[in-house]
Design a binder for this molecule. Structure first.
Ligand SMILES: NC(=O)c1ccc[n+]([C@@H]2O[C@H](COP(=O)([O-])OP(=O)(O)OC[C@H]3O[C@@H](n4cnc5c(N)ncnc54)[C@H](OP(=O)(O)O)[C@@H]3O)[C@@H](O)[C@H]2O)c1
Length: 340
């Protein structure tokens, strides 16, 4: 086995979008598992906008300590185990790091079940945090009903692309907002959204007014800022806003943050509910069962955008914060070229 393992180490807290100064790829001694721990060869690393918050300071979890490998969701193959529940060769998922190899408590890893012929990437692209967040946001928080008008921002992304399709399955009329004409065409032509708005080239507020004369019943908010406020200005009476994320705000470092305008919320008697998937882990079983069923029935599609090589993780991560960047669906890094 290799004697070293590469890791992206957090050497300083990010300032704005200067991730190059915050993260450095370093070769470190191979980590050794202690009692009750497993050594995992990373196959896939999940890239998520939330990683920015974990680098910067405490969020819903503590901040990543400086000098330590950057945390991330991983899937990998167990190469050594000091716990009876996990065997070498098991394929597991867990909260690891941006590293070739991770040591994790055996109690904190999940064995990834056979997915009926689907590639391993589906475990993050459809069933993991992406699908779970989309499902909970649409069903539990948004509570969308048949015939309602549902709008999702960040619509061509990992969570948004699934959220729109889930709302469609519930019988809603679905409008997606994304950052390029190509993404918008994908939403309507491939994923079955009723309409898509390119916020880089169109006036979102006016277009929504034209498309939704009776207002937006449910808004799945992923981005905030000008896009979020253009939707909020079009809310229907008694609308619900499922506040999933505010990606346009994450690099502002306490600068002039543009949250959601509250006056339209007041005037429309709307409700805004933030949610964090970690508070809904009990719902993941149902979410996975439904997503698997809809995939088998051809009612839902997922897309993974895979970058090869741990050394390319940072460059890919940065594109999560670039409006109109070409990726669609779930951003992942294939750390081991043998991963399927
Ligand atoms: N609450 C939870 O538990 C939870 C769990 C997972 C994710 N989230 C949140 O859900 C949101 C989506 O996450 P994801 O993993 O699915 O990421 P994603 O949508 O796959 O990637 C982020 C996308 O955001 C868009 N974007 C970037 N900067 C923007 C800006 N300034 N204005 C408007 N759009 C911008 C870009 O798409 P365009 O090219 O279309 O602009 C980019 O592709 C994030 O806010 C994330 O923090 C929340």
């Amino acid at each position: 086995m290799a004697e070293i393992s590469r890791s992206w180490v957090l050497v300083q807290r990010p300032v704005g979008d200067d991730f190059d100064s915050a993260l450095k790829l370093q070769s470190l001694p191979m980590p050794e598992p202690g009692e009750g721990q497993v050594l995992v060869r990373t196959l896939y690393l999940s890239l998520d906008p939330a990683n920015r918050g974990w680098m910067a300071g405490p969020t819903y979890i503590p901040a990543v300590p400086l000098g330590m490998p950057m945390w991330g969701g991983i899937m990998g193959k167990v190469v050594e185990s000091n716990a009876p529940s996990i065997k070498p060769g098991d394929i597991v998922g867990g909260f690891g790091s941006w590293s070739d190899y991770c040591v994790l408590p055996a109690a904190d890893v999940n064995k990834i079940p056979d997915m009926g012929g689907l590639p391993l990437s589906a475990a993050q692209g459809l069933f993991g945090g992406a699908g779970g967040t989309a499902y909970v946001g649409v069903i539990d928080v948004g509570q969308v009903k048949p015939g309602q008008t549902f709008v999702v921002s960040g619509a061509a992304g990992s969570v948004g692309s699934l959220a729109g399709q889930i709302a469609k399955i519930q019988g809603a009329r679905v409008i997606g907002i994304a950052g390029s004409a190509e993404k918008c065409a994908w939403l309507t032509d491939e994923l079955g959204f009723d309409h898509a708005i390119d916020y880089q080239r169109e006036n979102v507020r006016k277009r929504l007014g034209d498309l939704c004369p009776n207002g937006v019943d449910v808004y799945f908010e992923n981005v905030g800022g000008a896009v979020g406020n253009a939707v909020v200005a079009n809310l229907a009476k008694g609308a619900r806003v499922a506040l999933c994320g505010l990606v346009s705000q994450y690099n502002l470092d306490g600068g002039p943050v543009s949250g959601l305008d509250m006056l339209p919320v007041l005037l429309k008697g709307a409700s805004v509910q933030g949610f964090i998937l970690l508070d809904y882990l009990h719902r993941l079983g149902e979410a996975s069962a439904k997503l698997g069923q809809w995939l088998a029935e051809g009612k839902i599609k997922y897309h993974v955008d895979i970058t090869d090589g741990l050394e390319n993780a940072l460059a890919s991560f940065k594109t999560l914060f670039q409006s109109g960047a070409s990726h669609k669906g779930k951003m992942m890094v294939r750390v081991d070229s043998q991963a399927n």
